[in-house]
Design a protein around this ligand. Structure first.
Ligand code: SAM
Length: 329
């Protein structure tokens, strides 16, 4: 970020996810826009780049916990198979917390607590253990009962969150970057001005489906999992067809050409990417990127390769990560 941009220049992360680039922009005094079509990604990015007053945060948390014990009337969320996904006790805890959080007046603080609650929804569900970190399958229901204390998990998550916010506040520079975040498919995002730098980790062919990964969060918030998943570039819903690889790249080409139009001449595009696999054969995303950038007037400036050590289930077959930098000529 510091190498390829100057203070006052504008950065875009077209697939901002949980907001890593945006947080760096904030801390490095850069102005940045993050775009993502996933509702929870946008909420996480907003929470990650929010600078709270820690005392205010504590007050809201204490109030939630205090009101929780006396709360008798509250609205409940309903979605298919809720009683299969959650025990009665856990559902009651989440419904109560959702209700109390919905009463927080400030949008920013309410968003923080919604994100906090969303972060425990998988942990306290009756999920199968193989779903701990990964994708939750479409047609398979959970087979284990969660026996922990959901309120305690929420509390502990709050303490961890508060610690991160204290660290964030103490790391703030004199000039904090301006960050804005948009919930949009990047293809529909057409701002008036162009950007100096794009920094992103884009969707990979045949890697993670972020909407379905967050299926339970979508249920609780009443967002449409299937509709959103269809919108996600490269999502699993498009993979079973015989021409899935071609479809992915055709879709990606449109998306990349649109992002290219958002960057100034002389601007940079930095990303972390990797080759993936489908049906045991390699899908060369990196080579495809070289070609697509080259055909559209970009030059490769750097390709730093590193071997990945710690691999999650979803990434198991991704061995090398490339840090690619292109310049728009
Ligand atoms: C690899 S992740 C980004 C990870 C991010 N760097 C982080 O730190 O969390 C890719 C992101 O692209 C988003 N995405 C996929 N298709 C999109 C589209 N067409 N428009 C906008 N966002 C999209 C997904 O929702 C996901 O959050």
């Amino acid at each position: 970020m510091l190498q390829y941009s100057k203070t006052g220049q504008k950065i875009l992360d077209p697939f901002c996810g949980s907001g890593t680039t945006l947080l760096e922009a904030l801390l490095n005094g850069r102005d940045a826009v993050g775009v993502d079509m996933n509702n929870i990604a946008v909420k996480i990015s907003l929470a990650k780049t929010f600078i709270p007053d820690i005392r205010e945060l504590d007050c809201i948390f204490d109030e939630i916990i205090e009101d929780f014990t006396t709360l008798t009337e509250y609205t409940t969320v309903s979605f298919p198979d809720k009683e299969v996904w959650y025990t009665k006790d856990v559902s009651e805890v989440i419904d109560k917390l959702f209700f109390l959080i919905s009463k927080i007046k400030s949008n920013d603080y309410r968003n923080v607590f919604e994100v906090l609650l969303s972060s425990i929804l998988k942990t306290v569900s009756n999920k199968r253990s193989i779903w701990n970190n990964g994708y939750i399958a479409d047609n398979v229901l959970p087979n284990k009962k969660y026996t922990g204390d959901a309120l305690k998990v929420f509390r502990n998550k709050y303490y961890a969150l508060k610690k991160s916010y204290i660290e964030l506040v103490s790391a703030l520079p004199n000039r904090v970057g301006n960050v804005s975040i948009q919930l949009s498919n990047i293809i529909d995002y057409s701002p008036n001005e162009q950007f100096d730098l794009v920094i992103t980790s884009p969707p990979y062919p045949f890697a993670v489906d972020f909407v379905k990964y967050n299926r339970l969060v979508y249920y609780w918030f009443g967002w449409d999992v299937n509709k959103k998943s269809e919108e996600e570039t490269g999502s699993r819903t498009k993979r079973n067809r015989s021409n899935a690889v071609e479809d992915f790249f055709n879709e990606m080409e449109l998306v990349y050409k649109h992002i290219f139009s958002l960057v100034k001449e002389g601007g940079y595009f930095c990303m972390t990417v990797a080759d993936t696999h489908r049906n045991k054969s390699k899908v060369s995303f990196v080579e495809w990127l070289y070609r697509i950038f080259c055909e559209n007037g970009w030059n490769l400036v750097a390709d730093d390769i590193r071997q990945l050590e710690c691999q999650s289930m979803a990434q198991k077959r991704i061995q090398y990560e490339h840090k690619l930098v292109f310049k728009k000529m």
